[in-house]
Ligand binder design. Sequence first.
Ligand code: NAD
Ligand code: DAU
Length: 331
Amino acid sequence: MRLLVTGGAGFIGANFVHLTMKEYPDHDITVLDALTSAGNEDSLAAVKDEIEFVVGDICDADLVDKLVERCDVIVHFAAESHNDNSFLYPMKFAESNVIGTMQLLEAARKHDKRMHHVSTDEVYGDLELDDPVKFTPETRYQPSSYYSASKAAADHFVRAAHRQFGLAVTLSNCSNNYGPYQHVEKFIPRQITNVLSDIKPKLYGSGENVRDWIHVDDHNTAVHAIIEKGRLGETYLIGADGELNNRDVLAMILELMDKPADWFEHVSDRPGHDLRYAIDASKLRDELGWEPRYTDFRTGLAQTIGWYREREKWWTKVKEETEKRYQELGR
Ligand code: NAD
Ligand code: DAU
């Protein structure tokens, strides 16, 4: 199978490439990535001679057409993925996430190719902290940020392409990922690399917000299960029952890194900050037989801390510019 992996130099895409090389050695991989500030060529350095790596934009219709024509399946990760950046450069979110997805759909339609669209649980908005309810594939879309609104728009285009043109698509909406190769702008790597740089970790607002953490490899084994066995036109929610509030995650990082429990700063909250996400992944588990491999968050977090400790060269070159962006935002 020849896979076109968009966003393969980003966090989840690079981990997808590594996992695929290991567990599906017969697959050929072409990565298409624009190397925005979130993309990092070094994340693919270990496999660069075994894959095709094209630096380019998913909004480039001619390039996309050429690459889609010679693949079997598009696995679409490329996106502007960070909520805080949508306060700084909002138009890029509409361009990459909506127009870019449409370019891929149109090329897939022209060449009759299968596409798996990777999306987020944020399209459903947020849940109350004290409400036992979780997101299901039937939950109403109610995005609350420019990021989630752009991902919601993309999801709608993907479903419309299936209904209107019979395009062979599947979709997945996943909760918060953690693991190696995640950009230091995101919560967990920001705090780990802050500690390693002797900067106090930063907690938004009260820190009560809950995220449903899943290891990136578990996200990617689910994506493979959907590509192999998922029903066309269907949406699968991906999650591994990992609900934790930000205060507790930070406390675990501080403890695992031998820092005092109060060695952090409260900073101003993200405007419109979603309270809680939680995934009901029973469709994925029951229909496709998927199970997560990482069932203990603390162990996965300790491994992730170890990864950042050993890969200073991978992250130090973007740390300073990332913290400058946060200074601009006051958080
Ligand atoms: P990331 O920001 O780490 O990586 C995104 C990659 O896409 C980068 O390498 C970037 O260079 C590339 N890219 C961006 N715009 C592009 C364009 N116009 N053309 C080509 N390449 C472009 O993001 P991530 O965390 O790896 O997320 C990947 C996907 O998974 C996104 O679609 C995101 O919405 C979704 N997702 C992420 C999470 C999470 O917790 N990180 C959870 C659920 C879903
Ligand atoms: O739910 C899936 C989504 O998870 C994905 O679609 C997004 O691509 C991904 O970035 C992530 O979105 P979040 O906004 O939840 O992730 P982030 O890592 O930015 O923040 C996680 C939580 O931590 C959130 O409640 C905000 C908080 N936070 C974040 C940062 C960067 C802090 O308290 N301090 C920080 O410094």
